[in-house]
Design a protein around this ligand. Structure first.
Ligand code: ZN
Length: 59
């Protein structure tokens, strides 16, 4: 069996071939983008919906 290198995976962010150093991304930038995404979305747990900011419910 020819034991070739494992096929490169696609960057989770942009789909380009992953660079080992930045796995599972292709670059530091994509890594940062992904981290930023998580921070921005404030990690909501499925099933525990946050209540919309409606101070006044009456019409
Ligand atoms: Zn990328």
């Amino acid at each position: 069996m020819n034991d070739k290198k494992t096929p490169k995976k696609a960057c989770l962010q942009c789909g380009k071939p992953v660079v080992d150093e930045y796995r599972p991304f292709c670059s530091a930038r994509c890594k940062q983008l992904d981290l930023g995404k998580w921070f921005n979305e404030s990690y909501v747990v499925p099933g525990e919906e946050t209540i919309p900011a409606n101070d006044e419910e009456g019409e």
